[in-house]
Write a protein that binds this ligand. Structure first.
Ligand code: AMP
Ligand code: ZN
Ligand code: FE
Ligand code: FE
Length: 287
């Protein structure tokens, strides 16, 4: 069993990178990709813990993408060089925008009389990639809501009174950033694009022109019909397929490490295909 989509406390998961690797090893997973939002800070500790526990850790990340459709577009990067300096600069920039946005969200909440100190949100964040789930936890802690999902439904989701837009890369920039840091770019959870099949296919073909390598088919929000239809699409377009749970610990209750919806397991062959892709696309060494 493997899982190629997980979040740690470096972004908006509730387990530290080490605890996440421990949980994966305890569950008998053989490989785990850490794919935090807009940060690679969790990768070194996850790799170190992976070496101790004998589980293969794939250095990854997840980028939000700005596009003109109705749904959300996220791009995953696998086997990125997490110490790449250009990558580091771009992620620093994205996290600075996230921080500014979080201050605007908290200001909106405070104007609504839903008072939480920004300092507390920062403490919950732990200093890396600040996001709405951290604001949600602060709201929960202060007793303004009874759950993280209530915080989203009442205040934080699009269309709700404390929503703020997030600065994001465009599709070409996101795929390009993964590629320039040596990684394979994969469209995360295509179901969240909310596109009919013909349009989805055109959208993915555009991403492929920028260098997209694969589609995430198995995911905690995709039903069996979706998994099958995205797999067929990937086959038709000559793309890899990947899968993962999108585990966030207590920030997304009900999601288990190692499986998508309906306990569907990600086949180990997915990792081998990703590694083959990586070898084929590795820069040739001089001499
Ligand atoms: P952000 O990157 O700050 O826009 O926050 C996105 C994160 O919020 C993702 O990890 C989502 O899983 C989480 N999220 C979005 N909507 C909800 C919701 N309704 N309930 C719980 N978590 C959510
Ligand atoms: Zn998240
Ligand atoms: Fe995502
Ligand atoms: Fe995710």
């Amino acid at each position: 069993m493997i899982d190629l989509h997980t979040h740690s406390t470096a972004s908006d998961g509730t387990l530290s990178p080490e605890a996440l690797v421990d949980l994966a090893a305890d569950k008998g997973l053989t490989a785990l990709a850490l794919t935090d939002h807009d940060t690679v800070a969790g990768i070194p500790p996850a790799l170190a813990r992976g070496a101790v526990r004998g589980i293969h850790v794939v250095p990854g990340m997840e980028l939000g993408v700005r596009w003109d459709g109705a749904g959300q577009m996220h791009v995953l990067g696998y086997y990125i060089r997490h110490d790449d300096s250009h990558l580091g600069e771009r992620l620093d920039w994205l996290r600075a925008r996230r921080r500014e946005r979080a201050t605007r969200i908290v200001a909106k909440l405070n104007r609504l009389g839903v008072e939480i100190p920004f300092g507390r949100v920062e403490e919950i964040t732990g200093g890396e990639s600040i996001g709405r789930p951290h604001v949600a936890r602060a709201l929960l802690e202060a007793g303004h809501v009874a759950s993280v999902s209530e915080a989203f439904d009442r205040y934080l989701s699009r269309g709700r009174p404390a929503f703020e837009e997030k600065e994001q890369l465009n599709p070409k920039e996101a795929v390009g950033l993964v590629k320039s840091s040596g990684g394979a770019a994969v469209l995360a959870h295509p179901g969240t694009l909310k596109l009919p099949t013909a349009q989805l296919s055109r959208c993915i073909e555009e991403l492929k022109a920028y260098g997209l390598a694969g589609l995430e088919t198995i995911w905690s929000g995709h039903n069996r019909a979706q998994v099958e239809s995205y797999s067929a699409l990937a086959r038709r377009l000559g793309l890899l397929t990947t899968g993962g749970s999108d585990f966030h610990g207590e920030n997304k209750p009900g999601i288990e490490l190692g499986t998508g919806r309906n306990n569907v397991e990600v086949p180990d062959s997915v990792l081998a295909a990703l590694q083959n892709h990586r070898r084929r696309n590795a820069p040739a060494h001089a001499g």
